[in-house]
Design a protein around this ligand. Structure first.
Ligand code: GAP
Length: 448
């Protein structure tokens, strides 16, 4: 048997659409560029990804959760530096009218249009990536608010609320999952870079001087997290930001990169943000945000170690990583089985219940089985098409187990369980299905 990995992004995009993972937004109107809707399987899968991250973060004594509003006081974005500096250099090609980012089109010190190759381009203009809207009925300068471009600021401005209400002592962290918006000039590569996306961010507040040690700890913790999700470690690497690449707030920064079908790209950023954010909010709000350290009997502004990953980007990495084609040849004929080898905890459906035929007796037993499993696992009932085609569909959407109810079941009260990866089948008593699925799936729950 020959096993082939994902050959290009388009293959994944087609599977995602065909099988209900991801659809183009507003497709009936021709679609909206760079916006995507997660379908029935995609939304469950994404929820599982978020849950994995959330549990990894908040099942620690030193990290608590938060869910801050998307709309924030406009001064937040002045303090954070986004109003002034969250810009990309925008250039227009005079030849083909293509609009692109200057920094992504530099070839040997010259700006070259990525579409037509012309060097006849306009001067770069700074384009702010924040989406603006208005609060209330009047569209005046005074009513401008922004859709947040990162979730992090909601954490910084709540630092004191959380520390006080939860009696948290530094070092501790705040984790948050939520939507962010950036008016990207060049979105693309499916859900990799979009204008509306979800972030999973954690800010860990530490005593100045201990920041480097904590930075190294979090780098390791985040690396280990990807192992628990089953991502191929050969497609993961850390890459350090050079002095010229550091964001305005960062003292040090490493990206976790993943090798997507379109090359190595950032998945997550681990940043040492120093006391930049808290000192800026202290300055702009006029409110003291210093922390009094009981043990050391001293006041200071904590430093922040940030870990920031895009949920959509991680979902895409996991889908690409899980995809494989198994090609076998029999009597000169090639057969390809497409498998999404997702970690069982991430798979949107844990078990499919498949009656061999549409005979009412088999349907009844199958429905009863579905009902007995539904409270504990995501299960799917499917009676359409041949059993072979149904197995293949489940393989393609990543379902770890298929349970077949056949004519013998009516006599011997047993069903056939088929494993997605090995295709091995075994016959077990219908009463044992729940504990069987639990063994295969829930044992892994301990991991995240
Ligand atoms: N608070 C720090 C921060 O937002 P970032 O590197 O700009 O840092 C963090 O973003 C993560 O958010 C990225 O590593 C990426 O996974 C995700 N992300 C950023 N922009 C994105 C976009 N336009 N589409 C999808 N994901 C994005």
């Amino acid at each position: 048997m020959e096993v082939l990995p994902l050959k290009d992004l388009q293959t994944q995009v087609s599977l995602a659409k065909r099988r209900g993972y991801v659809f183009q937004s507003s497709e009936v109107y021709g679609g909206l560029t760079s916006c995507w809707d997660y379908g029935p399987l995609g939304s469950q899968f994404k929820l599982n990804v978020k849950l994995a991250w959330w549990k990894a973060m908040t099942r620690r004594n030193d990290v608590v959760g938060l869910d801050a509003a998307i709309l924030m006081h406009p001064k937040v974005w002045e303090a954070s530096g986004h109003v002034e500096g969250f810009t990309d250099p925008l250039v227009d090609c005079k030849n083909c009218k293509n609009r692109f980012r200057e920094d992504q089109a530099m070839v040997n010190g010259k700006v070259v249009c990525p579409k037509c190759g012309s060097t006849d381009v306009t001067e770069a203009r700074n384009f702010n990536l924040m989406f603006k809207t208005h609060m209330g009925p009047l569209e005046s300068e005074g009513s401008v608010v922004y859709l947040r471009p990162e979730t992090a600021q909601g954490i910084f401005v709540n630092f004191e609320n959380v520390a006080t209400s939860m009696r948290k002592k530094v070092p501790f962290g705040i984790a948050q999952i939520g939507k962010s918006f950036r008016n990207e000039i060049t979105p693309g590569n499916f859900v990799f870079r979009t204008r509306e996306f979800e972030q999973m961010e954690m800010q860990f507040f530490v005593k100045p001087g201990t920041d480097e040690e904590w930075f190294d700890k979090w780098k390791q913790i985040r690396w280990d997290f990807y192992g628990t999700l089953g991502l191929n470690s050969e497609k993961l690497r850390y890459s350090e930001h050079g002095p010229n690449e550091l964001a305005h707030y960062a003292k040090a920064a490493f990206d976790v990169e993943y090798e997507f079908p379109f090359g190595w790209q950032e998945l997550e950023g681990v940043h040492n943000r120093s006391d930049f954010d808290l000192s800026q909010h202290q300055k702009f709000s006029g409110k003291k945000l210093e922390y009094f350290d009981d043990a050391a009997k001293e006041k200071y502004l904590p430093y922040v170690i940030e870990t920031a990953v895009g949920c959509d980007r991680l979902a895409l990495a996991l889908l690409c990583d899980a995809y494989r084609e198994e090609v076998t040849e029999k009597d000169g004929k090639k057969d390809t089985r497409v498998v999404l080898g997702l970690h069982p905890r991430l798979a949107p459906i844990k078990a499919a219940i498949l009656p061999l035929s549409k005979k009412p007796d088999l349907q009844e037993v199958s429905h009863k089985l579905v009902d007995s499993l539904r409270d504990d696992f995501e299960v799917e009932y499917d009676e359409a098409q041949s059993i072979g085609k149904r197995y293949r569909r489940q393989d393609e959407i990543g379902t770890p187990l298929c349970v077949t109810v056949d004519f013998d079941t009516l006599e011997d009260k047993q069903v056939t369980i088929r494993q997605r990866d090995s295709m091995e089948q075994e016959r077990i008593s219908i009463d044992q299905v729940k504990s069987y699925v639990a063994d295969k799936i829930l044992v892994l729950r301990k991991m995240f």
